[in-house]
Every structure is written in structure tokens, then in C-alpha cells.
Ligand binder design. Structure first.
Ligand code: AG3
Length: 287
């Protein structure tokens, strides 16, 4: 018998990955957590039926959410990561000796437990002495912070379920206050392709740009996410992801990456015309 993991990418599109084992399933206080073994992508973590990571393509997402801001601002010492209980973002951050402290805020302790068991190579940096893990709501955590972080990474789920609050104007405003003068916020920014994702993408851009003086969107190809075309947001109080990119500095660090490089950095902010138009108009109704 063949087993397939299927995710709805839109109301009339489904995406299936052949699996040979359903390794784990549970219903936590926040969501359903599943781990499968797939033939093409290795182990796969799904939350509420949506692919969060697979062993084969997680490097793309984690490279892009971490190395883009790290190549722009070299004196990043104090970092806040929201979501990301799988450890991938923290693993990439821990490669920088300049980082002194990372607060990881994950609402669902079960995600960390399950990932520690099934994705040990992703979670190993969670034990780095610079990392403090807080099992609480990111929205609440950031409210009390002022002028504290050089970088905030919002590595959330989609804007429904436990991740919903992490796409609100209130949350972005609190992140603004929690950031230092030259601080940067990077978030996962949904996909421009299918209408529901595109709506969320436009709304996130609209809200972030109403709070931050600068907000740019950049892209990557992530095969297991809806349409394979995924976006990230870069928001700051003034730092520009292209003008302030310090290529020589980043390349001198000698960090080996499989997806990110500084040439790609310069290209990933160049968006297809339909995405630019959508962002300018603030609505996906143009497609
Ligand atoms: N964070 C989730 C990205 C959004 C996935 N959405 C989807 N498949 N519909 C991934 C966590 C990696 N640390």
C-alpha cells in the first residue's frame, strides 16, 4: 500500500509527498503535530497539516531568514527569535561568534520536544549557552521589551491558528519598540501565488510598512511550500538591505552556506512584476 502526505495548497490544488512511515502524531495544546518519513524529502514536520520543514529543503528557508539580515548589520549581539521551535533558525544564528545572546520564544513546548527527538541535527544549537528558551506567547513576550534587540526573526506558522497574532499591527509595533535604533525585523512572509496566501502576504506588507520606515520583500524557492515561491520581509528603522549590505565583511566570515550567498542577496529583492504590483496595490485581486 502506498502512503501519501497531502496538503491543500489552495481550494483546488493539492500537493502530495510519498511517505513510508508516520513516525509520530499528537494533538498538543495548540496544534496537531506530525512527523513523517518521506522518500524524496527525508523527515517532514507538519503542524495542523501544513509542512513546516523537511530535511531536504529546510536549509533554504533557514539560510534566507538568518543570513540576509546578518550580512546587512554586522554588530548584531542580541537576537529575539519568535516561533522556530524546530531549532533551524537558532542553528544558523549560532554560527556567528558575534552574537552574544538569543531569546527563543516558542508557544508550544511539544514542538521542541518532538523536534529534539526526530530532528537532532536541527535542534543541537538549542543547547548553546547563548540561547534562552521561553515557552510563551511571542505577542505577550515582546510587549514588555524596549530597545533591547538588534535583530528580531519572526519564524512563524501561517496567519491562522497559533501564529495569527504574529501578523498583527499591534505585534509589529511592539517589535519596533523592542528593537534598538539600528534594529532589523525579518519574518516569513507567505507566498504571492495562491490567492489566500497572497492576501496574507499583502496584509503583512501593509501592516509592516505602516509601522517601519523601511520594508522590503525578498524571495526564495522552497519546493515544499505552496507554489514553491516563498517570501520574506525585511523591516528596519532605516537600514537598507541592499545599500547597507556588507559583502566583504560577510564573505570574510567564511560561513559555508548551501543556498545563501551575497550575489543571491543582491538578486533576491528583485521581485517579479506581478508581485511588485500586488504589493504596491495592497491586494492580490490583480491576478
Ligand atoms: N515556518 C513556517 C513557514 C510557513 C509554512 N507555511 C505553509 N507551509 N503553508 C517554518 C519553520 C521553520 N523553522
Amino acid at each position: 500500500m502506498e502512503l501519501w502526505f497531502t496538503e491543500n495548497h489552495s481550494d483546488s490544488v493539492r500537493f502530495s509527498i510519498r511517505v513510508d512511515e508516520h513516525l509520530y502524531t499528537t494533538e498538543s495544546d495548540y496544534q496537531r503535530i506530525d512527523v513523517f518519513n518521506s522518500l524524496e524529502f527525508g523527515k517532514l514536520l507538519a503542524l495542523d497539516g501544513y509542512v513546516m520543514i523537511t530535511e531536504k529543503d529546510e536549509f533554504i528557508y533557514h539560510d534566507m531568514i538568518v543570513h540576509v539580515p546578518m550580512a546587512v548589520k554586522k554588530d548584531i549581539k542580541n537576537v529575539l527569535v519568535i516561533g522556530a521551535g524546530d531549532g533551524g533558525t537558532v542553528r544558523e544564528l549560532c554560527r556567528y561568534d558575534t552574537i552574544e545572546h538569543i531569546d527563543l520564544v516558542e508557544i508550544d513546548e511539544m514542538v521542541v520536544k518532538v523536534c529534539r527527538e526526530y530532528f537532532p541535527s536541527m535542534t543541537e544549537s538549542l543547547d548553546d549557552k547563548r540561547v534562552d528558551i521561553h515557552f510563551t506567547d511571542g505577542l505577550r513576550f515582546v510587549r514588555r521589551k524596549m530597545n533591547e534587540y538588534d535583530l528580531i526573526i519572526v519564524d512563524s506558522t501561517d496567519p491562522f491558528g497559533p501564529g495569527e497574532g504574529l501578523f498583527t499591527k499591534e505585534f509589529y509595533g511592539n517589535c519596533y519598540n523592542a528593537l534598538t535604533e539600528n534594529g532589523v525585523l525579518v519574518n516569513q512572509h507567505e507566498s504571492p501565488f495562491y490567492k489566500n496566501d497572497a492576501k496574507a502576504m499583502c496584509a503583512a506588507h501593509e501592516r509592516l510598512s505602516s509601522v517601519f520606515p523601511l520594508h522590503r520583500v525578498y524571495q526564495a524557492h522552497i519546493p515544499t511550500y505552496a507554489s514553491g515561491h516563498w517570501l520574506f520581509g525585511f523591516a528596519s528603522k532605516g537600514l537598507d538591505p541592499l545599500k547597507d549590505l556588507d559583502e566583504d565583511y560577510w564573505n570574510s566570515l567564511g560561513i559555508r552556506t548551501r543556498y545563501y550567498n551575497t550575489e543571491l542577496h543582491k538578486g533576491c529583492f528583485a521581485l517579479p512584476s506581478y508581485v511588485r504590483e500586488m504589493i504596491e496595490k495592497g491586494t492580490p485581486d490583480i491576478i
